[in-house]
Design a protein around this ligand. Structure first.
Ligand code: ATP
Length: 235
């Protein structure tokens, strides 16, 4: 479904991604584990097309999307749930979802009801402003908004950051349900080992803008093995 080959990206003259390569099967959940500043968000932005790449290629469904802008990739079926969630704080939950719908290929309002059926907690909050939600509720909203574009591949950037454990469990359950019901593929960038273990079929490690290895999710319980892959101890 997705083939990333030798991808390079930079901020100005500072190289950040220095040759990232991996592939993803349809419906697969792939974890990417790495410490702060190793290039995880940069990789997500490069895959979404919101950051131009300087070398390498991204192929989605056998189509070279390397030069396509983010909105064009979105219409092909790639969705990003960004780090920090980036919901619209002054808009209500329903208005946030409509914003997701507005960037979809076909604006079918029934999609919102469909998406909401997976997010019972949001149904009770439809008239509340996004900024008045808890961090966990905002994360659910960011995910639901992304799903309104009907993506086949979701890029999920550090969804557990600053979120209560009880709602992290709810996010895990929602993501597992989506996987089984809709066969959506996902690339999940995280530092939370429990979260990544619960969801990923494979886990790649990233250090200094390069994929450095692959860990079996079951081995993530072994903190020494993890440290040897990511360069330091993870929480
Ligand atoms: N807009 C930017 N301009 C310049 N440098 C940047 C910019 N955004 C990120 N960087 C730098 O790029 C490197 C990789 O950052 P990135 O956000 O991709 O890391 P990350 O692995 O997602 O980290 P974190 O877990 O802290 O979010 C860091 O050294 C960071 O300081």
């Amino acid at each position: 479904m997705l083939v990333v080959k030798n991808l390079h990206a930079a901020y100005g003259r500072i190289p950040i991604l220095t040759g990232v390569s991996f592939a993803l099967e349809p419906g697969e959940y792939l974890g990417i584990l790495g410490h702060n500043g190793m290039g995880k968000t940069t990789l997500m932005r490069a895959l979404m097309g919101s950051l131009p790449t300087t070398a390498g290629s991204v192929t989605f469904d056998n189509r070279d999307v390397t030069r396509l802008a983010a909105h064009a990739r979105s219409r092909l079926g790639i969705g990003l749930v960004p780090q920090g969630r980036e919901i619209f704080p002054s808009l209500t939950v329903m208005e946030n979802l409509r914003m997701g719908l507005a960037s979809a290929k076909r604006e079918d309002p029934a999609v919102i009801d469909d998406v909401l059926s997976e997010f019972p907690r949001l149904v009770r909050l439809l008239d509340r402003r996004g900024g008045a939600l808890s961090g966990g509720e905002q994360q659910l909203l960011a995910l639901a908004r992304c799903l309104c574009t009907r993506p086949r591949l979701v890029l999920l950037d550090e969804p557990t950051e600053g979120i209560q454990p009880s709602i992290i469990e709810e996010i895990i359950e929602t993501l597992l349900r989506l996987k089984h019901k809709h066969s959506i593929a996902m690339i999940l960038v995280e530092q939370n080992l429990d979260f990544i273990t619960s969801l990923s079929q494979r886990v790649l490690t990233i250090q200094k803008g390069r994929i450095t290895g692959e860990i079996n999710p079951n081995d993530l319980k072994d903190s020494e093995a993890v440290a040897s892959y990511v360069g330091m101890t993870m929480s």
